[in-house]
Ligand binder design. Structure first.
Ligand SMILES: [Zn+2]
Ligand SMILES: [Zn+2]
Length: 376
């Protein structure tokens, strides 16, 4: 696949998510019906019509949004269009008794005439001149005349390497992360095709870096959290391996580099500018990733208990919060939600200073909510 088609797919994906996350009215049937001609070239590997074109691959449903008597399905176009431009997408929603269809030339697609209060299972297919794809993954939603909850807007911050699926009926959000970052690093293979490799330094040197390139590892991480996570009656210790997913698509780890072995300056000296390195089979963050959040209040990640992790400063005050618990969490407003709610911050406490850079652990406490597994 060419870099151009990859980029177009990513742009489409972002646009469709932003559309659904925004006011529902901006994603009405008119817009989805007219669509953009760009969508037909998303994932185009052949260019134009070919005599031996095949049906496209299936698209991927990313977000289901609930409306009064309808559902809106946002989706990513298929990786391959089969060698001929995709001419239409068709969504089918079925509640076990009846099914309804909606069509569009690009994401999103609306399906109308649904019964409020009834749960529908929806899939999307893509068609070109050669035929129709198989069905996508399922998106589930229950139309509601007065939706009480929407997808929390924090999820709009997750980039192209993370797919967000909102299940309104279950009030859960499932994230699927590619396990690789969407940004530059000396941990990419310098001879690879990522286009994201940069030379090491000044924060590390090739000699200090951990072995392994990002490109060598294929991980897809799945995390399903409650859309409105609650504090647990007692904390749960984190363990080695992924404890959360960053907005960039790579996981975050705690403050240890082995069983009961805290990060030491030798390991930290090999971290890139994002406070990350490759460990067993995956690139991961341990420290404040300064190109993402540097002494500010930006959203960095979601932890396995469903609570979000922010930078060192409190939104609104511009100062480090003074009432953090042992995990670095507290109840307060954020730039995404003015209603006070529980969230974590990077604790504003220098852990080490290595290669001229002050280091702050991303998360070194225990989950204050109930964690679910991050599966690979
Ligand atoms: Zn590590
Ligand atoms: Zn806060």
């Amino acid at each position: 696949m060419s870099a151009t088609s990859t980029k177009m797919k990513k742009m489409l994906s972002t646009a469709s998510i932003a559309c659904v996350l925004g006011a529902l009215t901006s994603c009405g049937p008119d817009e989805s019906a007219t669509g953009s001609s760009d969508s037909t070239s998303g994932g185009n590997t052949g260019g134009g019509t070919s005599t031996n074109a095949t049906a496209p691959d299936a698209p991927t449903v990313t977000i289901v949004t609930v409306g009064d008597g309808f559902l809106t399905l946002a989706f990513d176009p298929p990786a391959s269009n089969g060698g001929a431009a995709i001419t239409s997408y068709e969504a089918t929603c079925d509640n076990g008794g009846s099914s309804f269809v909606g069509t569009a030339v690009s994401s999103p697609v609306n399906v109308f005439n649904l019964a409020n209060g009834s749960e529908y299972n929806c899939t999307v297919t893509a068609s070109n001149s050669a035929g129709t794809s198989g069905t996508s993954n399922a998106g589930i939603g229950t139309p509601d005349p007065t939706p009480s909850t929407g997808l929390p807007s924090e999820f709009s911050q997750f980039g192209n390497n993370v797919t967000v699926v909102y299940n309104q009926a279950a009030a859960t959000v499932t994230l699927e992360a590619v396990g690789q970052p969407d940004h530059y690093s000396p941990y990419w293979d310098p001879d690879g095709t990522s286009g994201l490799y940069v030379d090491a330094g000044p924060e590390t040197t090739v000699a200090q870096m951990s072995p392994g390139f990002i490109d060598q590892y294929t991980n897809r991480y799945f995390l399903t959290v409650n859309a409105s996570p609650q504090l647990a009656s007692s904390p749960t210790a984190t363990s080695l391996g992924p404890i959360g997913l960053a907005v960039t698509g790579a996981p975050i780890f705690n403050g240890q580099e082995g069983p009961n072995i805290n990060l030491d300056t030798g390991v930290i000296s090999g971290f890139d500018n994002f406070g990350a390195h490759t460990g067993p089979q995956v690139y991961h963050y341990h420290l404040e990733p300064t190109p993402i959040s540097n002494n500010d209040s930006k959203l960095i990640a979601i932890l396995a208990d469903g609570f979000f992790l922010y930078g060192r400063l409190e939104w609104g005050t511009g100062a480090p919060p003074t009432n953090l618990d042992a995990a670095g969490g507290h109840v307060g407003p954020t730039q995404f939600n003015s209603t006070p709610h529980y969230h974590y911050h990077i604790v504003d406490e220098i852990y080490s200073t290595v290669n001229g850079k002050d280091d702050y652990l991303l998360f070194d406490g225990a989950y204050q909510g109930t964690p679910t597994s991050i599966t690979n």
